[in-house]
Each structure stands twice: as C-alpha cells, then as structure tokens.
Design a binder for this molecule. Sequence first.
Ligand code: J9N
Length: 254
Amino acid sequence: MRVDVVTIFPEFFGPLDVSLLGKARERGLVDLRVHDLRERTDDVHRSVDDAPFGGGPGMVMKPEPWYAALQAVVDGGGPAPRPRVVVPTPSGRLLTQALVEELAAEPWLAIACGRYEGIDRRVVDAWADDEVSLGDYVLAGGEVAALVLVEAVTRLLPGVVGNAESVADDSHTTGLLEGPVYTRPASYDGRDVPAVLLSGDHGAIARWRRDEALRRTATLRPDLLMRARLDARDLAALAGLDLPFPLPPPAVAD
Ligand code: J9N
C-alpha cells in the first residue's frame, strides 16, 4: 500500500519509522511518504494560513499550497490513477473498524493534515474523498489523527501483523470489547488466574471468553452490544447480568 501524508509538521511522523510500521516499511509492505506543505508555498514567509472571511477567531489554511501539494502527490504517481484522499477533522464521520477495513483495501491513500481552525472548504470539496473524526474531542491538528489512521490501516495489510488470528478477534472486528487476558504466573499478588483458563477445556474457555466480552461490552459500551450479532446463548448469558436496558432480539442464524 502507498500512503502520502501532507503536513506542516513532517517531524510528527518519526514514530512511523519504528515498531510494527517501521518493520512493514523496511519489508516493502507499506510505502509511506511524508510531504511538507510549506514546500508548496511561494511567498518569503512560506504562509499556509490566513484570516477567515467573515471574521472570527483563528486562522484558516490557504487553498493554494494545498492544491499544489495534492496535485504534486497525484503527479508523483502511485499504484492507482489517484489516491483516496482522507482529511482528519473533528467534524468528519467517525472512524470505525469498518472504515479502517475499507481504507485498508485501497492501493493508495493520501492524508491531508490540517491545523488551526481548518482548511479552506474548496480544498476539501475539490480533493477529499472522506472527512474522518477519531472521536468527539478536539486535537490541535490532523497529524496525530493521521498517525492513528496509518497504524490502524497498515496493521490490517497482509504480512504486517505476524499472527493473522490476533487481527481476526480484535475488539471491534467481533463487534464486542475483548475480555481479560492472563499469562504466567497463575497466581500473582494474591490474585489468581480464573480456573477455567487452566482447565484445558477449550469449549469452556471459548464460552468463558465470550461471556466476559459480553459482560464488559454491556457494562462499558451498551451501544456496541445493541449492534453485535448475539445468539440465544449470548442473550442467556446477558440475561443473568440484570442490565439496566432491554436486550435486542437474537440475530438470525446464517
Ligand atoms: N477527532 C478529531 C480530529 C481532530 C482534528 S483537529 C485538526 C485536524 C483534525 N480533532 N479531533
């Protein structure tokens, strides 16, 4: 996969040289290129922002450097005629694992990192395919959101994560939060690993893990529970929890 990032803070993307992503880049699985928006300015001050039309606080990112930078990305060539252009913004649609999976299927992404009060609307109208929010809180700029996007997307690419199974039962891939995990020693700090995990009964272990995932999701994220595919056995487990909300009907078996 090819990913181009346009930013006024290229130094922000140092973390992409290390860890899982760094190895994926070394192995040629991800071709990530970071571009400095200021290289597309043509005034002595290298200005990327200006006061908003209509007045108001803060500054708006000027259209000209963005048009030039995004045109240069397209002209630089990639594995498709154009990249899918994503703009992180607190006023975008929420980034979900479903959208991450969709983006991971693209051959070429470009991420436009805005700062200040936003990017001139014409840039977004002309170039963006998606405006994406990480959640209902405000960051200082799109750079951290771009790091999140790149990490969430690239870990799904074939060969990036060693153990494909660990991707398959992620929280949000199953639709439920993951339950607790334990490793040796079996007793530590006076706290014992649940006996079922030491039992060797794989059916009982799978059921216990599912029940823990259901319990945790019901407690912390009832919104997710309402959309998860729950069978009659799941609903029976949840019925025993005496939750402060009604349970959905069971999903139809395929
Ligand atoms: N979810 C989210 C995205 C953002 C920003 S601020 C500037 C660009 C993106 N804040 N919060």
